[in-house]
Ligand binder design. Structure first.
Ligand SMILES: Nc1ncnc2c1ncn2[C@@H]1O[C@H](COP(=O)(O)OP(=O)(O)OP(=O)(O)O)[C@@H](O)[C@H]1O
Ligand SMILES: [Mg+2]
Length: 258
């Protein structure tokens, strides 16, 4: 992933989305008709990547697809999901691959619904504190000493796609954790009945970093998804006070490529 893709322009599509011809053989392995023209989709991201939902004979699967040239590291995401699954509910990857026509990652359906499902958008007073507790749980439960993936400032600055010259001197590290790497609201799934987080998705950014790298982006995404006014509630539920300096720094870093 080389540019921010979870943003205000990503969305849950209204109806079925056309299936790229190159993806049909992949979907056929999971039970779609070989000539499937369109499928329901959970998400279309800002780069034109789509996550299709397929009710197959082996159960429901989600197929994340990126067109050629889109730098979405689905193979890397599959490795990270396999690691994180030892501790927390994240996608069980069934198949990941790439060819000249794009790349794909097929995973088994997790429980819950995205925190930006219309029902949760209508109930931010439940969804937002739940998202704050969920990020805290992610940071507390994944063992940073065992994490083989990097998401530190130097690692990210090396890969920045925008002008990062103003970001060479980061604020002191608060606490190194296993960051989610894209802690935007759509990437946490909430239980229908309780509103508690039951799963996390979209793991290509997972890696060691300051917890504010996640918190800054998570709070920013609340404005996109629920409107202004929810950031303090999130921080309260996470269990941390506001940190305007680290928040501004990590949002600016996000803007030059997560
Ligand atoms: N295994 C799964 N079980 C349930 N839902 C899933 C699963 N995988 C993906 N989803 C749904 O599909 C959506 C898109 O998946 P994901 O976030 O990985 O795609 P993305 O294009 O990288 O998103 P973003 O635009 O946030 O970067 C998720 O928000 C979630 O609602
Ligand atoms: Mg996502």
């Amino acid at each position: 992933m080389s540019v921010p893709i979870s943003g205000p322009s990503s969305q849950v599509p209204d109806g079925p989305v056309p299936v790229p011809a190159a993806l049909r053989p992949v979907l056929a392995r999971w039970g779609a008709p070989p000539d499937v023209a369109a499928l329901p989709a959970a998400w279309v991201n800002a780069l034109g990547g789509t996550t299709f939902r397929l009710e197959g004979p082996q159960g429901t699967v989600f197929c994340k697809w990126a067109p050629p040239g889109v730098a979405l590291d689905l193979a890397g995401e599959a490795v990270k999901a396999g690691w994180a699954r030892r501790w927390l509910p994240v996608p069980e990857v069934l198949e990941a691959g790439a060819d000249g026509d794009g790349s794909w990652l097929v995973s088994a359906a997790l429980p819950g619904r995205s925190a930006v499902d219309p029902d949760w958008i209508a109930r931010p007073e439940v969804a937002v504190p739940s998202l704050g507790r969920a990020l805290r749980r992610w940071h507390d439960e994944l063992p940073v000493q065992e994490c083989p993936f990097d998401w530190s400032v130097p690692f990210r600055l090396e890969r920045a796609v925008g002008d990062a010259s103003a970001l060479r001197e980061p604020p002191a590290v608060d606490r190194v954790v296993v960051c989610h790497g894209d802690a935007c609201a759509p990437n946490t799934l909430l239980d229908d009945a309780t509103g508690q987080a039951v799963a996390w998705v979209d793991l290509s950014g997972v890696g060691r970093g300051d917890r504010w790298a996640d918190i800054a982006v998570a709070t920013m995404s609340l404005d996109w998804n629920y409107g202004p006014g929810w950031q303090e509630e999130f921080l309260r539920a996470y269990g941390v006070g506001p940190d305007p300096v680290r928040t501004a720094y990590y949002r600016a870093l996000w803007d030059v490529g997560p």
